[in-house]
Design a protein around this ligand. Structure first.
Ligand code: LMR
Length: 396
């Protein structure tokens, strides 16, 4: 049965963590995977999470099956975070939300549902995009192509190229958009860019799919939801995949959600019934722990305030690391201006390092980055900054 099975390549991101874990050098640094590490180099357990967990354990909560679409209080809290407390869409009952296994799980449930609605549609992703976007939509049976996005010369957005490519897509394509903190580049759209993208999407009759995995890591919780709010006002149907992996530091708990904006309450009920079928035939129903913790935090004024402060702390630390990276690279005599790193948003920076330079960082210095040159700025701290910048200056 398995004699002809070929060895699959390592995953471009999680495979790096496998290699990193196997590396015995004490000075190794993992700038590969998108994980926030604190100043001590550890994945933080947020205090808001710890408090909610204590209460949950004390309550001896039973672990029965959840509804297929997850915890109701969680789904509603997700909706408010994405669409705003005063959202007319929510008041009208037009949004369907289902708890999902992280942002990836939300993307996959959304992709499988879309495959039933638009089996021949093209899925368009940014060039570049998160490595798993293409693989995930291809595995759902779609043809995936890319639209221009990153301009290497300016380290910014290829605005004209992006709009041109979206306009050139076949009618009724699925357009995947990073709502904030673009992964991998850290280059986001301005409010004006979003309006133009929305118009291009509307003209083509396309289906927008907004992926928001880093809400709160850019400019703030509300600010980072600007694109979602803009699409919410447009009257278009659209999909949103969201995640609490990063913003709650709950990576391994797989806490995410798929939200779908429909035209009416009646449509929402029918869409939810179909999404439930996708979930039921996939993993039946979601796990309890992470989502119940997130729901407790978001629905308690005290814990929510604590979480917001902790999230602001993570956001601020990443910003200061961006600045420090730029300064240290200049101080180490790096033969390139890295000022653009301070302008980027979220966890990542598209550093401009080549695959060869990334390979040298790994083999000679035990510093892991994605082959495309993406580095996770959120893994830097004042202890590893000097060794990382020295190594980068050397490989340049
Ligand atoms: C990343 O891009 O590194 C994260 O989103 C983790 C992942 O699942 O790839």
């Amino acid at each position: 049965l398995f004699s002809a099975v070929e060895m699959a390549p390592r995953d471009p991101i999680l495979g790096l963590t496998e290699a990193f874990n196997a590396d015995t050098r004490p000075t190794k640094v993992n700038l590969g995977v998108g994980v926030y590490y604190n100043e001590e180099g550890r994945i933080p357990l947020l205090r808001a999470v710890e408090e909610a967990e204590k209460a949950r354990i004390a309550a001896h909560a039973p672990r029965g099956y959840l509804p297929i679409e997850g915890i109701g209080a969680y789904d509603q809290a997700v909706q408010k975070l994405l669409f705003g407390n005063d959202s007319a869409l929510l008041a009208d009952g037009r949004v369907v939300t289902a708890q999902a296994l992280g942002g990836t799980g939300a993307l996959k449930v959304g992709a499988d549902f879309l495959k039933r609605l638009l089996p021949d549609a093209v899925v368009a992703i940014s060039d570049p995009s998160w490595e798993n976007h293409r693989a995930l939509f291809e595995s759902a049976g779609f043809r995936v192509q890319s639209y221009r996005y990153y301009d290497a010369a300016s380290h910014g957005l290829n605005r004209a190229g992006m709009l041109e490519d979206i306009k050139a897509l076949p009618a009724r394509s699925i357009v995947l958009l990073h709502a904030c903190c673009h992964n991998p580049t850290g280059v986001d759209l301005s409010a004006d860019d979003w309006k133009r993208v929305l118009e291009a999407v509307r003209e083509g009759g396309h289906v927008p799919f907004l992926d928001i995995a880093y809400q709160g890591f850019g400019d703030g919780i509300e600010e980072d939801a600007e694109a979602v709010r803009l699409f919410a006002e447009s009257g278009l149907p659209f999909f949103v995949s969201s995640s609490f992996s990063k913003s709650f530091s709950l990576y391994g708990e797989r806490v995410g959600a798929l939200s779908i904006v429909t035209a009416s309450k009646d449509e929402a009920a029918r869409v939810l019934s179909q999404v439930k079928r996708v979930i039921r035939t996939n993993y039946s129903n979601p796990p309890t722990h992470g989502a119940s913790v997130v729901a407790s935090v978001l629905n308690s004024p005290e814990l929510r305030a604590l979480w917001e402060a902790e999230l602001a702390g993570m956001r601020g630390r990443i910003r200061s690391m961006r600045q420090a990276l730029v300064e240290q690279l200049a101080a180490q005599g790096a033969k390139r201006d890295f000022a653009f790193v301070a302008q980027q948003r979220g966890m990542f920076s598209y550093s401009g390092l080549s695959a060869e330079q990334v390979e040298r960082l790994r083999s000679e210095f035990g510093i892991y980055a994605v082959a495309t040159g993406r580095i996770c700025v959120a893994a830097l701290n004042s202890r590893n900054l000097a060794s990382v910048t020295q190594a980068i200056a050397q490989v340049l």
